[in-house]
Structures are given as C-alpha cells and as structure tokens.
Design a protein around this ligand. Structure first.
Ligand SMILES: [Zn+2]
Length: 134
C-alpha cells in the first residue's frame, strides 16, 4: 500500500470522529484497512499506558514518548504528525513510503483520541537533555 494524502485525510477524519465521540477503542473498519497490523500493535501500547506526554517545567514545552512493545520496552520520541525515532518510521514510512505512519504515531493518535495519554512532568533541563539525544 502506498501512502497518500487521501489516506492521510481519511485517517485524520476518523481520528477526529473518535475524539469527538470518545467512543473508546472500537475502531471503524477503515482504520484496519489503513493501518493493518500496526493498528493492533498500537492498541497494545495504549492499553499498557505506553503513550506519555512529557511536559517541561516551567516552560510548558512538551514532547511525546511512546514505549515500544518489544521485550526491551524502548521509548521512542514521537512527534505525532511527522517524526518518530524508531527504525520503522525511517524504513517503512520515509524510505519505502509503504506506511502512512509507524505504530508509535498511531498509538499517540489513539491515546489522544481516547483520552489515554499519560502526563509526565519533567524539568526543562531534562527536556533539553532528551531532545539533545535525538
Ligand atoms: Zn515509531
């Protein structure tokens, strides 16, 4: 499946629908068609509380960390609209253009839409340290 702007528009519309209805994680069929196995993997991440919003204090700047569901439980820094530090983002999304986004970005969208994003407060120094590791 080649990623397209039409697919992205469909996905965005569905995310908005879930967010406005707070219908939980019962997915409309198009999400499965768009994201396949990554949708199920993203669901597991959300269920395990793996989507975290890290907000720097006192600036209020924030980033998202998403915990991978491999045994290592690697935390990926994720900018949901356009970047993730995982291998799949570079390989499947950017390089091959076969996916709209990686499972971490999907997990973020699910968590945000369902109100399941975990809030983590950190210092601005810690936030700078995290960003310097990208
Ligand atoms: Zn990712």
């Amino acid at each position: 499946m080649a990623a397209s702007s039409a697919s992205t528009a469909v996905a965005d519309s569905i995310w908005r629908e879930i967010k406005s209805s707070r219908s939980g994680l019962i997915f409309p069929l198009p999400l499965h068609l768009l994201f396949g196995k990554n949708l199920e993997r993203a669901t597991i991440i959300v269920d395990e509380g793996g989507v975290q919003k890290h907000t720097g204090n006192p600036s209020g700047r924030f980033i998202f960390k998403v915990v991978g569901n491999s045994k290592k439980k690697t935390k990926y820094i994720c900018f949901p609209e356009h970047f993730c530090t995982c291998y799949s983002f570079f390989h499947d999304v950017v390089s091959k253009g076969e996916q709209l986004c990686c499972k971490h970005q999907i997990a973020f969208k699910l968590a945000e839409a369902a109100g399941m994003c975990k809030e983590v407060s950190i210092t601005d120094e810690k936030l700078a340290e995290i960003l310097s590791e990208i």
